[in-house]
Each structure stands twice: as C-alpha cells, then as structure tokens.
Unconditional design. Structure first.
Length: 354
C-alpha cells in the first residue's frame, strides 16, 4: 500500500483563508489567488494515488471526473472471436432463414454496441446494433457479400471485423415439382413448370379440359372484366356468371354479346352454359375470341364453318372443336325463346410465355 501526503502551504488554523477546509462529508482543498496546492507521494512507494470513497464515487477537478478520464485512458478495445478464412458467417443456401449472433467481448466486461461501417448487408438483412444479431432470408443467388461491423464499448473504444457471406442459388427443380411430364425451369425465388398442352397449374396438377377459369368468382374475374353489347334492361353482364344466384345476363337480340376478359392468355377447351328461366332462354350461340381485345375471330368447326353451341334452360357443356388461345371471349346468342339470356363458364389453363 502507499501513503498519500498532502503538503498544505498553510496550517489547519488558516482554514478561514480558504486553503484547507473540512465540511463533512466532503474535503475541500483550495488555493488562494496567489497560492497553490501541492500533492506529494509517499516516501516508500514513490506513487501517488487518487481514490474515491469506500462506496465508489468520483474525483473531480474543475468539474471533470478524473477517474472517468483514467478509465478511458486505460480501457482496452473489444475483442472479436476467432473466425474462418471466409469470414464469420460462411456459406448459406438461397431462401435460408438466418439469425446470427455477433461474437465480441469487452475486456472490462462492459456492454457492447454494433454498427455497420463499410459495405452492405445482403438484401433483406438487418443488423440489430443493441443485441448484435444479423438476421434475414438469404438471397436466392450465387454471389458473395463483404461488409465491416464495428464493436463499440462504453468508452468509445472499438474494434472492426470484416465479414464475408457467400450465398448459393437454391435449385427449386431438384425435387421434380412439375407433374404430368411438365418441364421445370428454376427461377429466382421459385420455379416455372412448362406443362404439356393438356395440363395446367403451377405444378401441372390438373387437366385443362376440366379446370374452370372461375368466371363465377368475382375475385378471379371482377365485374369490370365482364362487359356486354346491347344488354336488355337491368340484366347486366356481371350477372352472367355460371352458378350465380342472380337471373343472369340478357341481350336484346342476335346482335347482342356477352364478353369475358380472362386477364391473361388462356387455352380454352370447354364451355358451359346455364339457362335463365322459361320462357327467356337461349337455344344456340356462337363464340368469338381475341388475344388483344381488338381483333376477334370466330370459333369454327373442323370444316372451317362457324360453330354453333347448343343451349337450353338447363345446364349444357360442350367441348370446342379445337382448343383456342384467348384472353377475351364473346358469347353471341343466335337462337332463343322470348329473349336471349344465360350464365356461362369456361374451362382451360393459362398459357405462359405468350
């Protein structure tokens, strides 16, 4: 241990002059305007120590905490844990969920914070500067990312570490997701099945000839995608959905038509007609179709003649002579009882790449 000897340039009796004053629990040492205060170390150790009280505290000089300054001066920077040659993070597969804890310590046992100081995290990743977690979903690409993260202690001492994250594109076709001989193409974030002409769906899972395009569903075919020409009274185009509880669409005559915009190019195999009621129903109709909404052509039979589809007050389903690729399909009533009315549905699969 050491001795701290304070040489005061006036005696204790001179306290009134402001040189040495004890006011419990504080000890105040002050110098007169033309005086000074000197501190001298003990003769044995040759060291001078400034200590706070037994319960901790501070030693101030002109409102500056001398102990805090000493702590900053003697503080050591944070230390990062050892890591591999490729960096702290390593290699990850695309679409993998990652939650990594940064491994760094403060030699004094204090709390660390973290900050990104160079480079960029992979897209979609975030750094929690308080907890030291790096989180995100690995991008579905084969590439690498380098960035620098700084560990900072309470005295603003810091240490930087360079991180490297290698990502590998995930092969979505490795599990053979496409059914019925569909050909799989790997894409960023997923896959695309190129189905045979008779199957459809994201995985070629259904037969197109029995798959309704869901005209009955307003979420699939909104009202705005159902239009008509020469509609009778309030029998609107949006009422012409197969299976609807409404009375259906009605036209004024053979020049009327009901049009459905499918929203994309679809290969159509079959059509279903549902009558309204007796005596207002259609007995025969034709179809025309278009991919752009401007140029329409008629559905023809194998001889090249306009094909007429049968209809009645009940439900009638008919296959097209040859499947068609269309976005817009028009129903043209040609024969009817009292007034041409019906509700309709189409069956087919979306055509990709057109």
């Amino acid at each position: 241990m050491f001795a701290l000897v304070l040489l005061v340039l006036a005696s204790a009796a001179a306290a009134d002059d402001g040189v040495f004053d004890i006011r419990y629990p504080n000890v105040i040492i002050a110098a007169q305007d033309d005086g000074n205060v000197s501190l001298q170390s003990g003769r044995t150790t040759g060291d001078l120590y400034i200590l706070p009280g037994p319960n901790g505290g501070s030693v101030y000089l002109d409102d500056v905490d001398l102990l805090h300054i000493i702590q900053i001066a003697t503080s050591l920077p944070p230390v990062w844990s050892p890591h591999a040659h490729v960096g702290f993070f390593g290699t990850f597969k695309g679409e993998e969920k990652v939650d990594l804890k940064l491994e760094a310590e403060d030699p004094e046992g204090g709390t660390l914070t973290f900050a990104l100081v160079a480079g960029n995290l992979p897209p979609g990743f975030t750094l929690n500067g308080t907890t030291g977690h790096v989180m995100g979903v690995v991008p579905d690409v084969t590439t690498s990312y380098s960035f620098t993260i700084r560990a900072i202690d309470m005295h603003n001492q810091f240490a930087d570490a360079v991180f490297k994250m290698e990502t590998l594109e995930f092969d979505h076709c490795s599990s053979n997701p496409c059914l019925h001989n569909g050909q799989c193409t790997d894409t960023t974030g997923g896959f695309l099945c190129n189905c045979t002409t008779t199957y459809g769906g994201a995985k070629c899972e259904f037969a197109c000839s029995s798959h309704a395009v869901s005209i009955h569903s307003r979420s699939t075919i909104p009202n705005a995608q159902m239009t008509a020409y020469l509609t009778y009274s309030s029998y609107l185009a949006s009422n012409g959905r197969y299976g609807a509880s409404s009375y259906g669409w009605c036209g004024q005559g053979t020049n009327s038509w009901l049009q459905v915009d499918l929203g994309n190019i679809t290969r159509i195999y079959k059509v279903t007609q549902q009558g309204y009621s007796s005596p207002q129903y259609t007995t025969g109709y034709t179809l025309s179709y278009s991919t752009d909404g401007n140029n329409f052509q008629e559905v023809t039979d194998t001889n090249g003649n306009t094909h007429t589809f049968p209809a009645s007050t009940s439900t009638r389903s008919s296959y097209l002579p040859t499947p068609i690729d269309a976005r817009f399909v028009r129903f043209h009533p040609k024969t009817y009882s009292s007034r041409p009315c019906f509700k309709v549905e189409l069956y087919g699969c979306r055509v990709y790449g057109i």
